[in-house]
Design a protein around this ligand. Structure first.
Ligand code: SME
Length: 177
């Protein structure tokens, strides 16, 4: 329990909020939890939990939420980081799949139908749509990507993109990779 009487688990109570409010709270909760903490494993683990509970509180049927991080300074490969959901593929090459493409293009990949994305890596055959946001550091390096999968087509919108990019920026500013 925190000194103000708040339990850490209270940050995962998103119920009853609209989508934008939920996503705003996701970003502000992450920033509150990351205050005084710059360890990326710790912060990305809590960020995965926040994303999971935020989307599960909405009518968005996500089945995976988490991170792939740059395996080394060459930037040639991503490796599985903290996440919520089923076991996933461990390594993804630069430029391959939705995650590797986000890393290469350094741009969010909003994928309404994964079957139409060339080279999509199906860690879970039930996934229908996906959003992947790169985490870019202050000197321009890609530290990794944030990835969320959904069991429905068109699971994510531009509104999700806006808030998840804010979250990725907050992560880049608070974590030492
Ligand atoms: N679908 C991703 C792979 C990671 S899983 O979704 C967890 C991709 O194509 O890069």
């Amino acid at each position: 329990m925190g000194s103000d009487g708040t339990h850490h688990a209270d940050y995962t109570k998103f119920d009853g909020l609209a989508r934008e409010e939920t996503l705003e709270m996701l970003v502000s909760s992450y920033l509150a939890l990351a205050e005084g903490q710059d360890n990326w494993v710790c912060n990305l683990a809590n960020a995965s939990s926040l994303i999971w509970h935020a989307y599960r509180s909405l009518p968005v049927d996500i089945n995976w939420a988490g991170f792939y991080v740059s395996k080394d300074s060459t930037g040639s490969e991503l490796i599985l980081g903290p996440f919520q959901g089923k076991v996933a593929c461990q390594e993804i090459k630069f430029g391959v799949g939705v995650c590797g493409t986000a890393m290469k293009m350094r741009e969010t990949q909003l994928v309404p139908n994964v079957n139409e994305f060339p080279g999509h890596i199906a860690c879970d055959g039930e996934t229908k749509s996906e959003i992947v946001v790169p985490i870019i550091g202050s000197s321009g390096q890609c530290h990794g990507v944030l990835d969320i999968d959904c069991l429905d087509y068109d699971g994510f919108t531009k509104v999700d993109q806006i808030y998840l990019e804010k979250l990725a920026y907050a992560i880049s500013q608070t974590c030492k990779f």
